[in-house]
Design a protein around this ligand. Structure first.
Ligand code: ADP
Ligand code: F6P
Length: 319
């Protein structure tokens, strides 16, 4: 193998730049030419591909976002689009591709690996932490730190005004961000898609808190479970508390990556290149415990990630 390419695709996640840097520098150290594909599958279909050298990825580890930019691309979802992408990769004599992205992007990669002789290795980069066969994904830790920092700020104003705050987090269909941020900020209640919500029980819990002398109420709601406005309406009716809604939105995807994400991305990026050099394809790099592994990409994508509901119980017990 002489030439490989790297791309970022789908929703961006802090730490993607550190992963790009690792792919490029590890690859060059192993004697490879490493190409960067701009704007995910969209840039690939536009043949927006450039050779990256050691210096091109200097000073990017600490930056949020992705220097390769990212996009969503409908054309790649049909076989005709993927065939065209394959032809473009071949025209550059690129033999292996590292795709950094969420489950959608990795699904696209699995299809190109199944339909052609092209070698594909995926790296899970998504704040949602909704991908199986890996404990975590690039961007999750930074996102959680951002969410926690912001909930902490909301707690200050909630206490001053003795208000209830309903905070909506991202995560698509997965409650991980809400669960972990709720647990680690001591939120009184967490609403996630994995657990059916009981508004009366929730209101009773908030009322009991006030009786104990609490002067604020924080409820963290995962976007995949309910709209924060709906939760607020129910709770305001049942408790009579003055309630405000904060939707954290895309700030959850930005910012300089944490040490954890820089480390994870550096390890995953290097491991991905080594995996290609070892001749593997259609695999995803995962971390299980402290161990990097190349796991079957289809298995990772087909299995639904299990949320550890004992953490939900723990959050309820401690708040
Ligand atoms: P993420 O990778 O963050 O989950 P998306 O689900 O939007 O983001 O996927 C990003 C891109 O990956 C899509 O715009 C599309 O180009 C490609 N993709 C997603 N799902 C598929 C699929 N089932 N088949 C082929 N390509 C896909
Ligand atoms: O997958 C990452 C994510 O941020 C989800 O949490 C969220 O539902 C979605 O992407 C938002 O997508 P967009 O950037 O298209 O608004």
């Amino acid at each position: 193998m002489k030439r490989i390419a790297v791309m970022t695709s789908g929703g961006d996640a802090p730490g993607m730049n550190a992963a790009i840097r690792a792919v490029v520098r590890y690859g060059i150290n192993k004697g490879l030419e490493v190409y960067g594909i701009m704007r995910g599958y969209a840039g690939l279909l536009e043949d927006d591909i450039r050779l990256l050298n050691f210096a091109d990825v200097g000073g990017i580890m600490e930056k949020g976002g992705t220097i390769l930019r990212t996009a969503r691309c409908e054309e790649f979802k049909v076989e005709k689009g993927r065939k065209e992408a394959y032809k473009i990769l071949k025209s550059h004599e690129i033999e292996g591709l590292v795709i950094i992205g969420g489950d959608g992007s990795l699904n696209g990669g699995a299809l190109i690996a199944a339909e052609t002789d092209f070698k594909v290795v995926g790296i899970p980069g998504s704040i949602d932490n909704d991908i199986s066969e890996t404990d975590t994904c690039i961007g999750v830790d930074t996102c959680l730190n951002t969410v926690v920092e912001n909930i902490q700020k909301l707690k200050d104003t909630a206490s001053s005004h003795e208000r209830a705050f309903i905070v909506e987090t991202m995560g698509r269909d997965c409650g991980y961000i809400a669960l972990i941020s709720g647990l680690t900020t001591g939120a009184e209640a967490i609403v996630i898609p994995e657990v059916k919500v009981d508004y009366q029980a929730l209101a009773d819990k908030l009322l009991a808190g006030r009786k104990r002398g609490k002067i604020n109420s924080i409820v963290v709601v995962a976007e995949g479970a309910a709209s924060a406005y709906t939760v607020a309406r129910h709770l305001e009716n049942k408790t009579g508390f003055e309630t405000r809604v904060t939707i954290l939105g895309h700030i959850q995807r930005g910012g300089s990556p944490t040490v954890q994400d820089r480390l994870l991305a550096s390890r995953m990026g290097s491991f991905a290149v080594q995996t290609l050099l070892d001749g593997q394809s259609n695999v995803m790099i995962g971390i299980q415990g402290t161990q990097m592994m190349a796991v079957d990409l289809n298995k990772a994508l087909q299995k639904k990630k299990e949320l550890d509901l004992s953490l939900y119980e723990l959050a309820n017990t401690l708040s």
